[in-house]
Design a protein around this ligand. Structure first.
Ligand SMILES: [Zn+2]
Length: 342
């Protein structure tokens, strides 16, 4: 990357809310390097997901990459948000760090999210690197130079044993670079799971002890009735690790949102960070049935077609304080470490 072409430093959108858990999806049209493999069983669900996000019918087979980014930009600009953190998606790897190409259901290269973030001020780039890759540290350095603000991984879906001592150097470098880790915790049903036991937040103790700021996506909550529940484990760990946070992503789908009342109370409320998990659907029915929002609020925001805004407004109405939506700004890799932007 030619760093000489960047001249101005991004303005710190400190006062504006940030959605720090937004997926990029693509089928590779336009040479983005993305791929998407949806089996016959999951196709209706995926189509529905994209439609409720506001994408045209047939987008999955068409120019999905451009349509998706255009829609996401439109939603970010038309919302109360100052920025969204867009996530790369690493391949599944084995313990030796070899990519298992036939596993996983989608892939989003680091270069693609880095490029999108250079082109659009609304986007902040989160890269995704399997620490067992032989070139993991090189890739980390390359992404740091290119302006990565966060690292995203799904230990249970990508086969990442974060507790593996071989990764100590990788976590230490992330801590030194102040690059936070967003790690999926709890059950998962939209993606194939390869190691169920890696949904347990306890595997994050090693990066935490290396000094990495860790954000447990979904706070360890379960997404299916048969999943083990790790919310209590997560809550307990926040007492021990001051550098552990949890995000509210997918709290507007049934079951995951069950623990909202605990998340709104001290001391957990000070560790909560706003994320939507877009394009995961956002619906207020569960929050209304549980009494987290009243009927009028539910009706009002359920009619909002911009689901980034719908998710933000429903969480505000549930009582998440303003800091929940801006806290991420001081946890992301500091602005002065990122390359200046043109
Ligand atoms: Zn997610």
């Amino acid at each position: 990357m030619n760093s000489g072409e960047h001249t101005a430093v991004r303005e710190n959108p400190v006062a504006k809310p940030v959605d720090m858990h937004v997926h990029i999806v693509g089928n590779g049209t336009g040479g983005t390097g993305c791929w998407l493999r949806v089996g016959a069983l999951h196709r209706p669900l995926a189509t529905l997901m994209l439609q409720q996000a506001g994408l045209p019918r047939g987008a999955m087979k068409g120019d999905l990459d451009r349509l998706y980014v255009d829609r996401l930009l439109e939603m970010a600009r038309g919302s109360s948000l100052g920025a969204v953190v867009i996530l790369a998606q690493e391949l599944v790897h084995d313990e030796q760090g070899r990519a298992i190409k036939e596993a996983g259901s989608f892939y989003v290269p680091n270069d693609y999210v880095l490029k999108l973030a250079r082109e659009h001020a609304e986007f902040l780039p989160a890269v995704s690197i399997h620490p067992a890759r032989p070139d993991a540290l090189e890739e980390l350095e390359r992404c740091l130079r290119a302006g990565a603000v966060m690292m995203k991984c799904l230990p249970n879906c990508q086969n990442i044993n974060c507790a593996d001592r071989r990764f100590t150097g990788f976590w230490e470098r992330m801590a030194e670079a102040k690059l936070p880790l967003l790690a999926h915790t709890g059950g998962e049903h939209t993606l194939p799971v390869v190691r169920r036991e890696f949904a347990d937040p306890r595997i994050l103790r090693l990066p935490l002890e290396c000094g990495v700021t860790v954000i447990a996506a979904h706070c360890g909550t379960k997404s299916g009735l048969s999943d083990p529940e790790y919310f209590e484990v997560f809550a307990e760990m926040t007492r021990r690790y001051p550098n552990l946070y949890g995000d509210t992503s997918a709290f507007n789908v049934p079951i995951r949102g069950r623990h909202v009342p605990e998340c709104l109370r001290e001391p957990l409320v000070g560790r909560m960070i706003h994320g939507s998990d877009f394009p995961v659907p956002v619906h207020g029915h569960f929050a209304w049935m549980k009494g987290f929002v009243d009927w009028k609020t539910f009706r009002r925001w359920e009619g909002q077609p911009n689901i980034l805004e719908r998710d933000y407004q429903l969480k505000l109405a549930m009582g998440f304080p303003a800091e929940t939506f801006t806290r991420i700004e001081r946890l992301l890799r500091p602005v002065d470490c990122r390359p200046a932007r043109s």
